[in-house]
Design a protein around this ligand. Structure first.
Ligand code: NIG
Ligand code: FE
Length: 402
């Protein structure tokens, strides 16, 4: 009747935000890679191909909806400089920061980039992630942005991982356009975006709206070009200051606005109106030792769903542990455990426009699930370390660890 049935488990379906959508003593049936039964163990007929999960907890696979997973090089030297008092903006202004990773990434071969990215993905997978957004943005020219997006495409096609490939040409102004950001924006809109879209390498378009990066007017130009190509948009906004990015993003009905520490209530109302998701990134907040918290209460009050992601990148969030990020969402941003886990499942799916395929345990959804040695779903936010992920179920296939 089913291709596989998983029994003797407790499910945190995440269908209900009040109580994790818990079903105790549950079973999950899978057919053709989709969930075709979720309900009480007792309600499912006996058949072949039964996997007994021995009382483990099962959640939807975690979705990391904001990452910069493709890059070469390390910025550990900048980590030390910041510890000695230099700021992220000072280091960027001195030619370090994003541009230092651009130099290393441009110099790396296709295979080296792919292998380093895949190694990073393996760490995320080992802690429950199957489903990821991967940005370009360390190439900043046509050849190198293409190289990054092709690496992300290989992860999708060779390993079957659900990947959203996001073009982030507007991450920093590259040295060739130094002092001429407007000309670089034209190069993005007229050359890079159309060429990369024609090669079918782009699923979404992002930009970094910040004093040290691009203005809201420049972002508007890029979003207009994306819209002409029918590509969804999203934005790095209000991370270090409020430059009006989120209000611009809302006018384009962006999927999400990300970071948001310095956003304001008018922008949040616009997000609610445009049905956007707020993607919160506690890893960058932690590494930059930021003080200004994102306005979590305002997101709650205006009904803006909150997603949580690693923002994995070599500068501001060199973290490959989604569970550490869940903990930080609670300890630093004061999310409840159920909000944090919804932020990496249901709301992360929404941030990517994937809510009809992933993010909850429900019939019709892709059978991408994480199996945990825990005694309650809140434990995923509570402890650090300990490797609680026992197995991953990907498209209904059971992959136990060890
Ligand atoms: O999401 N804010 C801009 N982009 C990244 C950092 C990139 C970098 O420093 O390399 C972020 O934090
Ligand atoms: Fe980012």
């Amino acid at each position: 009747m089913f291709d596989t049935v998983f029994t003797n488990l407790h499910a945190a379906t995440m269908r209900d935000s009040a109580d994790f959508g818990i079903i105790n003593n549950a079973a999950i049936g899978v057919t053709d890679g989709k969930i075709t039964y979720i309900g009480p163990d007792a309600g499912i007929a006996t058949q072949d191909n039964v996997i007994d999960l021995d009382g483990a907890w099962v959640t939807p696979a975690l979705i990391d909806c904001h990452t910069h997973l493709v890059y070469a090089g390390s910025r550990a030297d900048e980590f030390e400089r910041r510890l000695q008092g230099e700021s992220y903006a000072d280091i960027a202004a001195s030619g370090g920061g994003i541009l230092s990773t651009v130099r290393a990434t441009r110099a790396a071969s296709d295979d080296a980039l792919y292998e380093q990215m895949t190694a990073r993905f393996t760490h995320l997978f080992r802690e429950g992630v199957f489903g990821i957004e991967i940005k370009s943005g360390y190439g900043l020219d046509l050849a190198s942005e293409g190289k990054m997006l092709r690496a992300a495409t290989r992860l999708r096609d060779e390993l079957g991982v659900p990947v959203q490939r996001t073009f982030l040409g507007a991450h920093a102004v590259p040295p060739e356009f130094n002092g001429n950001a407007d000309a670089y924006v034209d190069y993005i809109c007229d050359i890079m975006l159309p060429a990369l879209a024609a090669e079918n390498l782009i699923d979404a378009v992002d930009a970094f709206c910040e004093k040290i990066a691009f203005s809201a007017q420049q972002v508007e130009k890029i979003f207009t070009a994306a819209q002409k190509l029918s590509l969804p948009v999203k934005l790095h906004a209000e991370q270090l200051s409020d430059c009006g990015g989120t209000e611009t993003a809302a006018r384009f009905c962006a999927l999400s606005s990300d970071h948001l520490e310095y956003t304001n209530e008018t922008a949040i109302k616009a997000m609610a109106e445009a049905q956007m998701t707020a993607v919160l990134l506690p890893g960058a907040f932690y590494y930059l030792r930021e003080k200004q918290l994102p306005p979590v209460d305002l997101f709650r009050r205006h009904g803006v769903p909150m997603a949580i992601a690693t923002d994995h990148n070599p500068g501001t969030s060199p973290i490959l542990s989604p569970l550490a990020i869940l903990n930080m969402a609670c300890t630093l941003f004061r999310l409840t455990p159920v909000e944090a886990i919804a932020g990496m499942t249901r709301n992360a799916a929404k941030a990517l426009g994937w809510q009809k395929r992933m993010g909850t345990i429900d019939t019709g959804m892709d059978a991408h699930l994480a199996v945990w040695n825990i005694s309650h779903p809140r434990d995923l936010c509570y402890t650090l370390g300990g490797r609680p992920c026992r197995a991953m179920i990907t498209g209904g296939l059971y992959n136990p660890f060890e």
